[in-house]
Unconditional design. Structure first.
Length: 352
């Protein structure tokens, strides 16, 4: 049992580390690819279509070689999830275009309370006072170090609302689908990636034309741009897989909370690699945000004893014969390859 717990902890850390490294890496690669001082590839939605196309190809190869198995998920659920996920991507792009950077950052910070409310409504999930306080500390810290000018307009506000709601629903749905169909994170991603790739590659060029006034077909391709597109697509595979892994192992709230660690990493790397300004306000905000993440981890750990007591009380209410039958039934049940955030929040660390 002890060995299993250690192995699970190592696996959790590995999944999270993969997400942080790949997310930060892809942002750095995209910054160079899309920057006017780089290769000026200003077609974010189409690039996301490339990401999912490569991810779908990796999933197809994995299934063909027997590395992963394909489990049945109704097509209508895959289509519904893909629509929500694409609304999230498109909404974020439009929000960034129509809003100031400050308001865009505030909309991203609002995802944590929105996810909390949606999980309370959809899954009847409740949070302790310590967890709520930790979430507020993280939001405040990240807000201090990222929010600058805040300008709001009606169109931008509506796009931000769509982006926040669809992103929150997407992250909750990942865990729900994994639980409902006992499907692994990579297997679920392999099923949704082709649908997202086809839809984004079809609609992406038109969305990008609306955003940038340029068609991707008019872009002058260079060997350097191709290299960074391939690098971005490769990192996207790890980023997509690790996102599904993290939400499957933890919860959508924890994923959002610890996800702000990536914001701290990006600000630091931007200062180290791209000469971005790092003010005392940024540093103070990052310290507060990291403190909030530590408090959050502690708060979730505090909930573990009470969770263990509930299990112990249930066991003590069973007769020896009933407990033996229950134990036999559990041992004969196939072990799921995913532990979902709904059960992990009260006994494990976190969000995505």
């Amino acid at each position: 049992m002890e060995a299993e717990k250690k192995a699970s902890a190592v696996s959790d850390v590995g999944a999270w580390a993969m997400n942080v490294v790949s997310s930060v890496g892809i942002i750095m690669a995209n910054k160079h690819l899309m920057s006017p001082n780089g290769y000026a590839f200003s077609f974010a939605t189409t690039l996301t279509g490339f990401h999912f196309a490569v991810t779908a190809l990796v999933g197809l190869i994995s299934n063909a070689t027997g590395y992963s198995t394909s489990k049945h998920v109704p097509l209508w659920e895959l289509l519904w999830f893909s629509i929500v996920a694409n609304m999230s991507i498109t909404g974020m792009n439009f929000s960034l275009m129509l809003n100031s950077v400050g308001f865009y950052q505030i909309s991203k910070l609002s995802m944590i309370p929105v996810v909390c409310v949606m999980e309370w409504i959809l899954n009847n999930k409740h949070y302790s006072k310590q967890v709520k306080v930790a979430v507020l500390v993280v939001v405040f810290g990240v807000g201090v170090c990222t929010v600058t000018d805040v300008k709001v307009n009606v169109k931008g506000f509506l796009c931000a609302c769509v982006a926040v709601l669809s992103t929150s629903l997407q992250q909750i749905s990942i865990g729900s689908l994994q639980k409902k169909y006992s499907i692994g994170s990579f297997e679920l991603l392999s099923k949704t990636a082709p649908i997202q790739a086809l839809s984004l590659l079809f609609l992406g060029p038109f969305i990008d034309y609306f955003l940038s006034g340029k068609f991707v077909s008019n872009y002058k391709v260079s060997s350097g741009a191709i290299f960074f597109i391939l690098l971005s697509c490769s990192l996207a595979v790890f980023c997509n897989v690790s996102q599904y892994l993290c939400i499957g192992r933890f919860s959508a709230v924890s994923f959002q909370v610890l996800g702000h660690m990536k914001t701290v990493c990006i600000l630091t790397l931007g200062w180290l690699l791209f000469d971005s300004e790092l003010t005392s306000k940024n540093i103070a905000g990052m310290i507060v945000a990291v403190a909030g993440m530590i408090i959050y981890s502690w708060a979730v750990e505090v909930e573990k004893p009470s969770s263990s007591k509930v299990v112990s009380n249930v066991e003590s209410c069973l007769t020896e014969e009933e407990f033996g039958l229950l134990k036999d039934g559990v041992e004969k049940t196939p072990v799921k390859d995913v532990e979902l955030g709904e059960h992990k929040l009260s006994s494990d660390l976190m969000e995505r």
